[in-house]
Design a protein around this ligand. Structure first.
Ligand code: GLV
Ligand code: MG
Length: 338
């Protein structure tokens, strides 16, 4: 089995050596469902067969008076189903909420043997991860679990972004980090009310070519999340953990969803959240390297032999560095095929 740390292995001489070995599993989409919603819960076995990660959500989008039903619903679903290779995750309530302690105690005690990862929302610094880490260690020991449950942080406050490097390095339990654009926009007082994706007002306009300032000027919409994703990807790569784009709320706009997912993929993310079945296939397509990219990567790596020197392929110069870029693509294709 490969590990995210080996998968995201440091390519630079002298880079930090990972201290734990977590098996790598395909993680192209984290599919959210509300375990308090009986209609959604009934579809879980079908959905589980189509996704890499199934996540029972206990936090935002679950009403306050349904928190306990959601927690119990997840316990019942986990006990009643065998998810095979599909990972089972949960998103617990935030660390300042009245529910999170019971979430952790109940879930680890009842279904700790089935839970792969606990997603922790609104993480602001390494102290939040340390807190969860210690509680999990106690609960795992009490439940007699023989493997560690991993932790995934959502980056969705200005303070969290400021501390992202420390968060990524906070514990060997860290599996990865997701961008949470909705809470982050509110925390930063950004002026978008959309759940992820771009905004038509955030644009650059081409300079005028003549005297008329209104005519013929191309408009390019910009990526609101570029800075945060790039920073999160660096923090994750530095620590051998996996970066994800989070939610895209406009379910009907499959084109913009695919664009947002692809921007994240190109910047280094391994997956995104899916909030509706239609987004599962989008994530699968975007976060799997295309056959053309894989074929090209094979050509370059084969032509480069021992990986040193330079060759010309289709009029383009390839060298040690571009060989590594192509190995990244081949590694991902291989890991997804295993
Ligand atoms: C996700 O939780 C978000 O706030 O975008
Ligand atoms: Mg959020």
């Amino acid at each position: 089995m490969r590990s995210p740390r080996a998968f995201f292995r440091p390519l630079a001489v002298g880079a930090p050596v990972p201290n734990v070995d977590i098996p790598f599993k395909p993680s192209r989409m984290i599919h959210f469902f509300d375990p308090s919603n009986e209609k959604m819960a009934a579809k879980v076995p079908d959905i589980a067969a189509k996704v890499d990660i199934l996540l029972g959500n206990l936090e935002d989008a679950v009403k306050t008076d349904k928190k306990e039903a959601a927690r119990q619903g997840l316990v019942d679903i986990a006990k009643a189903n065998d998810f095979g290779d599909t990972q089972l995750w949960t998103r617990v309530n935030s660390l300042d909420s009245p529910w999170v302690l019971d979430d952790l105690i109940t879930l680890v005690t009842e279904i700790g043997d089935k839970l792969d990862v606990i997603m922790v929302p609104k993480v602001e610094g390494p102290q939040d991860i340390h807190y969860v880490d210690r509680i999990l260690a106690q609960l795992e020991a009490r439940a007699g679990l023989d493997r560690q449950i991993l932790v995934h942080a959502i980056l969705e406050t200005a303070e969290g972004v400021a501390n992202v490097e420390e968060i990524a390095a906070a514990s060997p339990r860290m599996q990865g980090i997701s961008l949470g654009p909705a809470d982050l926009a509110a925390s930063r007082r950004m002026k978008t009310a959309r759940v992820g994706g771009g905004h038509p007002g955030y644009l650059v306009r081409q300079d005028p070519t003549g005297d008329d300032l209104t005519e013929g000027r191309a408009i390019y919409q910009q990526d609101l999340w570029h800075y945060t994703i790039a920073r999160m990807v660096d923090a994750c790569a530095m620590n051998g953990i996996l970066p994800f784009y989070g939610p895209f709320g406009d379910i009907k706009d499959v084109v913009a969803c695919e664009d947002q997912f692809r921007n994240a993929f190109l910047l280094g993310c391994v997956g995104a959240w899916s909030l509706h079945p239609v987004q599962i296939d989008i994530a699968k397509k975007v976060f799997s390297p295309s056959p053309e990219d894989v074929a090209h990567a094979k050509r370059v790596v084969e032509a480069m032999g021992d990986g040193s020197g330079a060759v010309m392929i289709d009029g383009k110069m390839e060298d040690d560095a571009s060989c590594k870029q192509n190995i990244v693509m081949l590694d991902l294709a291989k890991a997804l095929a295993e």
